[in-house]
Write a protein that binds this ligand. Structure first.
Ligand SMILES: [Zn+2]
Length: 459
């Protein structure tokens, strides 16, 4: 059966969005009932389900997904499944499975394409997010192919793709768009500094960074834009729900794709839910075939609001603060990573701060930042004030030398990976068959960016 997907101009206000939810919910429950997990779970006639009665259904937890590993949540016959993924393992415990059909994939590609990045056939898109086992790299890759861009599948978490090599690629194949964790462009910048070059030297054609996989505060986004002299757009998602769940409108506001995912906000302290506000994000998938989820607790701390936006999209605004379980209580206030980060990157750019860590210790916050000794006093004073202003709490700031939090030698280390070599002219070549170090390769060698390639010929 073909299906109709809502398009962005199809409803004009939030009442229209609620109408989409009410129209879709019975079908969502009908399809969910085809999985082992949901069959009979609700004891509700799907036809009677509305946004009002949804709140009476039990939540689906990450633990339920783990218990259902691998096929317990699947709601379609095996022949309709075309890809298998797992969540990134940011939470401890057993892995969670995620499946997609062909229609799920075309919906995912279309959904990603709504974002502000606007890929075209002249873009060269570096995919520097993990291909194993999460969905995001595959989603960006597929969306770039759909737009007829040229894809550079650089991967992340791969020892074959070192930081100097990423910088070389950005420069030599004239990358225009790069998708990465927000931490990546900071690491690339530190690597460029190690090589005595400015980031822009390595990215002459970079126009947009698509930043995903971590919360990103406005101040960190601005710092990344300044460092790289390009735009940066945010994409929020997870593998278990179906990758990208929110993207930016032309105004640069992050909107939840609420015509595809019905959101609720859970107050974990009371267990009550509301339409908007601050809390943990629950999602009900509205169009997904392979693995429908009903009231799934994403575990993400967010702020959701239904304020109008100049873009005209009647989609809620979302701000992602971090994982709820990783929030820390400081002076009685629950603090999330994006809030601390906002203070750190509001430090003046000339202080050169790129990396930080914070821990909660007996109810107070201790923040470590890397900075040069010459700026240490200014960094300490300034950041203490910013943290008080941002969080309303006192924090102990300690400046540590560059390299303490991010090992710079590791950052510029060359790859230790080579293909196994069976036939060679020297004994060194036969060192091993399990992806051995390159023949004769010492453990660590100096940084080397691949030499400049010739530019693409103009025609
Ligand atoms: Zn907007």
């Amino acid at each position: 059966m073909g299906r109709h997907l809502p398009t962005l101009n199809e409803w004009s206000d939030f009442a229209g969005l609620r109408q989409i939810w009410d129209e879709r919910l019975p079908d969502v429950l009908r399809r969910a009932n085809r999985s082992d997990f949901y069959r009979g779970r609700f004891g509700t006639d799907p036809a009677t389900l509305t946004t009002r009665t949804l709140a009476g259904l039990p939540l689906t937890r990450k633990d339920d997904l783990r218990a259902c590993y691998p096929f317990g949540m699947v709601a379609v016959p095996r022949r309709e499944l075309i890809s298998y993924h797992e969540s990134s393992g940011t939470s401890p415990g057993q892995t969670t499975a995620s499946f997609h059909t062909e229609a799920d994939w075309s919906e995912m590609v279309e959904r990603f394409g709504r974002g502000r990045q606007r890929l075209t056939d002249t873009d060269t898109v570096l995919v520097r997010v993990p291909y194993a086992m999460v969905t995001i790299a595959h989603q960006v890759h597929a969306a770039a192919r759909e737009a007829r861009s040229m894809v550079v599948p650089a991967d992340a978490r791969s020892t074959a793709m070192t930081y100097p090599r990423v910088l070389g690629l950005l420069r030599d194949v004239r990358v225009t768009v790069a998708a990465a964790l927000p931490t990546e462009p900071l690491l690339w910048a530190a690597c460029a500094r190690m090589l005595d070059e400015s980031p822009r030297e390595f990215a002459p054609d970079l126009r947009t960074l698509i930043l995903t996989g971590e919360p990103l505060s406005p101040a960190r986004r601005s710092r990344i834009q300044e460092l790289w002299g390009c735009d940066a757009t945010v994409s929020y998602g997870n593998s278990e729900c179906g990758s990208n769940l929110a993207g930016e409108c032309p105004e640069g506001v992050l909107h939840l794709w609420a015509d595809r995912y019905l959101p609720e906000i859970l107050d974990p302290r009371t267990g009550s839910t509301s339409e908007e506000g601050r809390g943990r994000l629950l999602l009900t998938t509205l169009v997904r075939e392979a693995m429908p989820l009903v009231r799934y607790d994403t575990g993400d701390a967010v702020e959701l609001s239904y304020d109008d936006c100049a873009c005209g999209w009647a989609l809620p605004r979302i701000r992602v603060l971090g994982r709820w379980e990783q929030g820390v209580t400081v002076e009685g206030r629950l603090v999330f990573v994006a809030e601390v980060e906002e203070a750190v990157y509001r430090l003046p750019a000339e202080l050169g701060v790129l990396f930080w860590r914070a821990t909660e210790d007996k109810g107070s916050l201790r923040v470590l930042v890397e900075a040069e000794a010459t700026t240490a006093d200014r960094v300490t004073a300034c950041l203490t004030d910013l943290l008080t202003e941002q969080l309303g709490v006192q924090a102990a700031v300690t400046v540590v030398a560059p390299g303490t939090l991010v090992d710079r030698a590791e950052l510029v280390r060359e790859s230790h990976i080579a293909k196994p070599r069976y036939l060679s002219t020297s004994a060194a070549g036969a060192a091993g068959l399990l992806y051995p170090p390159p023949a004769g390769g010492a453990a660590t060698t100096a940084a080397r960016v691949p030499r400049h390639g010739a530019p693409f010929p103009r025609r």
